[in-house]
Write a protein that binds this ligand. Structure first.
Ligand SMILES: NC(=O)C1=CN([C@@H]2O[C@H](COP(=O)(O)OP(=O)(O)OC[C@H]3O[C@@H](n4cnc5c(N)ncnc54)[C@H](O)[C@@H]3O)[C@@H](O)[C@H]2O)C=CC1
Ligand SMILES: N[C@@H](CC=O)C(=O)O
Ligand code: NA
Length: 434
């Protein structure tokens, strides 16, 4: 049945901060889906002032723009502020001001939420308005609301996610086409997936921000971006990809958050081998996925587009609808008791490793290498040797061991006279290892 917007006389005004990739998508959806949204909210949502840096720039979307933030932030008649500028400053100060002025806020800004989310949520609570940020984690995928609401009766143990579209796109093309990283990154930028500064993507920082937000929600804890151990994909080579493939694995940039039995929280982002049989192994291109292990629900997987204009705008506009409904119903943000749980240092994590060693092809090398592993309490699961003549490569996969021991073992291996180099090392995330 078609929506009848005639009974939705009330109008709420949505002001926008930023009109780039995401902002243009938000303006497009608010305009193109206006009637359905009015039917769902019980009020029409009107696009109010749109703040941009350069009012003279030509744009694909036809809205009136201004460079005066005071027309949106704290402005009489603007009910909801959508922040899609990115960065900490001035977003932090502008959103604080908006919340204090009684405006609900919707943001896609993971950098801001993962560092100053707690103070912004407090301001929202204190002023009885909403702060929504579904687009900040995994773009279009509904994950914030399921974590906050659908799983509120369960206990989440572990979250494992492909949280960055740009790097998944790059790794997919490196794996499937043998492409080099740099030109594929340029394609990801042209497609609107990358951050304004793409080192946030390839360096793992964007995924780390999202992992911090997810860990906070999953474990009712205060986890910030700087708590996340972070490695990016710059060191992943074609050789690593080929080695993973022939052993039955693929390489993905993973965000991993888990609550350990001592209530400490481990949260890390790094490239990892995962078995081709794992549901996350089949996630290609700019798609994201989040695999959740919960006590009662068991395994869940959330899948969808993690980046791009309209997919991200879908999550932003969904949040605008949430904020508008709450405003009309007088509903406040749910208040959650948050504990200060300790962050487990990465050295204390129990991990499995792939190591590639350049060694001299001489008698006794293998036993000296094996003894070094034994000295550090790291057990070898499998080993292959390749090459002949003076040089050989040893490919080793360890059993799960304490990260700090693996690191010390790697340092000791470097000191062996017949180990010329540690050509590569990467963690293996394999549930079969326990
Ligand atoms: N592009 C994507 O696929 C996704 C982006 N996000 C987040 O959405 C936000 C926006 O991202 P994009 O639209 O991709 O960035 P963008 O760079 O395309 O757009 C940002 C816009 O904000 C404007 N802007 C920045 N600072 C401003 C200021 N002080 N005053 C006025 N205008 C200002 C810029 O001129 C630009 O037009 C970021 O927080 C990003 O992390 C989240 C999910 C996906
Ligand atoms: N640059 C990000 C955009 C969405 O958060 C990504 O590539 O995932
Ligand atoms: Na999302």
């Amino acid at each position: 049945m078609a929506h009848d917007p005639s009974n939705t006389q009330r109008t709420l005004t949505v002001g926008l901060l930023g009109l780039g990739v995401v902002g243009s998508g938000v303006a497009t959806l608010l305009r193109d889906h206006a009637d359905e949204i009015a039917g769902r909210v019980g009020a029409r949502l009107e696009i109010g002032p749109v703040v941009v840096r350069d009012v003279n720039k030509s744009r694909d979307v036809d809205v009136a723009v201004t460079d005066d933030v005071s027309t949106v932030v704290g402005a009489e008649g603007v009910d909801i502020v959508v922040e899609v500028m990115g960065g900490i400053d001035p977003a932090r100060e502008l959103l604080t001001r908006a919340l204090k002025a009684g405006q609900s806020v919707v943001t896609a800004n993971k950098e801001l939420i993962s560092t100053h989310g707690a103070e912004l949520l407090t301001a929202a609570q204190e002023h009885s308005v909403r702060l929504e940020y579904e687009a900040a984690v995994a773009g279009a995928i509904p994950i914030i609301k399921p974590m906050r609401e659908s799983l509120a009766g369960d206990r989440v143990r572990k979250v494992l996610g492909i949280l960055n579209g740009t790097t998944n796109y790059i790794l997919t093309r490196m794996t499937e086409e043998g492409a080099e990283l740099a030109p594929v990154l340029a394609d990801a930028q042209a497609l609107g997936y990358a951050e304004a500064d793409p080192t946030a993507d390839v360096g793992g920082h964007d995924a780390a921000a999202k992992a911090a937000i997810l860990a906070s929600l999953a474990f009712d804890a205060h986890v910030v971006r700087d708590d996340v151990y972070t490695e990016g994909i710059m060191s992943v080579t074609a050789t690593d990809i080929a080695n993973a493939k022939r052993m039955g694995y693929v390489i993905k940039l993973l965000g991993i958050a888990e609550e350990h039995e001592d209530a400490s929280i481990g949260v890390r982002v790094h490239p990892a081998w995962i078995p081709t049989s794992h549901p996350l192994a089949s996630i290609r291109e700019a798609y994201n996925a989040i695999f959740v292990e919960a006590d009662a629900a068991g395994d869940l997987m959330f899948y969808g587009r993690g980046a791009g204009s309209l997919p991200t705008a879908s999550a932003v506009v969904g949040d605008v609808v949430t904020a508008a409904r709450a405003m009309l119903a007088g509903e406040r943000l749910p208040s959650v008791a948050v504990a200060d749980k300790p962050i487990r240092p990465v050295d204390e994590e129990i991990v499995q490793y792939y190591l590639l060693l350049d060694v001299a092809d001489e008698a006794g090398v293998l036993s000296r290498v094996a003894a070094t592993f034994g000295d550090h309490d790291v057990s070898i699961k499998s080993v292959w040797q390749e090459g002949e003549g003076d040089q050989a490569q040893l490919l080793l996969i360890t059993h799960a061991a304490r990260e700090g021991n693996v690191r010390a073992c790697v340092e000791a291996l470097k000191d062996l006279s017949d180990v010329n180099a540690i050509a590569s090392s990467m963690r293996v995330e394999d549930r079969r290892e326990g």
